[in-house]
Write a protein that binds this ligand. Structure first.
Ligand code: FE
Ligand code: ZN
Ligand code: FE
Ligand code: FE
Length: 198
């Protein structure tokens, strides 16, 4: 790989993301199948549909900018998906397994958000406004998918922790407060335990 300009870096990022997304198109159905919670399964299926659209956005960007999308392997996504496969193959309690699936999936979303965030910034710097706009649409979807997983995790984590009524648990005031901001960059286990909900 030869990097001589910001444009080269941008091109490499886009090809990395393209490969990452195509890997996810294959992995998400397996994640969905492995989920016990119907809500979680639906979330994976919905995100699969979005992911197919994200591949198309990257193809559009490549077509517009004369980038060859294929030919790069995103090793990071390969590793993250391998970690997901370990969970898929694991035996044990359904709620525990679902909690682990969510943890693996949120690592994927955060990796994508990092890659797309940089790509969008580079597109803006390079004056590629249409590409920046398309990347922004995907970032919004990845962010929403991450948030959705956090919401689903709230019920599943309490269940996995041995609380039978996990899903019907009353939210305390502390939990409702600060939810918006704090959830942004936290994983599914990033809160709740210390907020005195029981
Ligand atoms: Fe994606
Ligand atoms: Zn990568
Ligand atoms: Fe690391
Ligand atoms: Fe995603």
């Amino acid at each position: 790989m030869k990097l001589e300009s910001l444009n080269d870096v941008f091109t490499d990022l886009i090809r990395d993301l393209y490969n990452a997304e195509t890997q996810l198109v294959k992995a998400l159905p397996k994640m969905a199948k492995a989920a016990s919670s119907e809500e979680l399964r639906t979330a994976f299926e919905d995100h699969l549909e979005e992911t197919e659209g994200q591949v198309q956005r990257l193809e559009q960007i490549c077509e517009d900018l004369g980038i060859r999308p294929k030919g790069k392997t995103c090793k990071a996504m390969k590793g993250l998906i391998e970690e997901g496969s370990e969970v898929i193959e694991a035996s044990g309690e359904p709620a525990a397994k679902d909690a682990a699936l969510i943890a693996a999936a949120q690592k994927v979303e955060h990796y994508e958000i990092a890659g797309y965030g940089t790509a969008r910034t580079f597109a803006q710097l390079l004056g590629e406004d249409e590409a920046a706009k398309l990347l922004d649409e995907t970032i919004a979807e990845e962010g929403a998918a991450d948030k959705k997983l956090t919401t689903i995790a709230e019920g599943i984590n309490s269940e996995a922790a041995g609380d039978e009524d996990g899903e019907e648990e009353d939210e305390t005031e502390e939990e409702e407060d600060g939810e918006e901001d704090e959830d942004e960059m936290e994983g599914s286990t990033g809160r709740g335990r210390s907020s005195g909900s029981r």
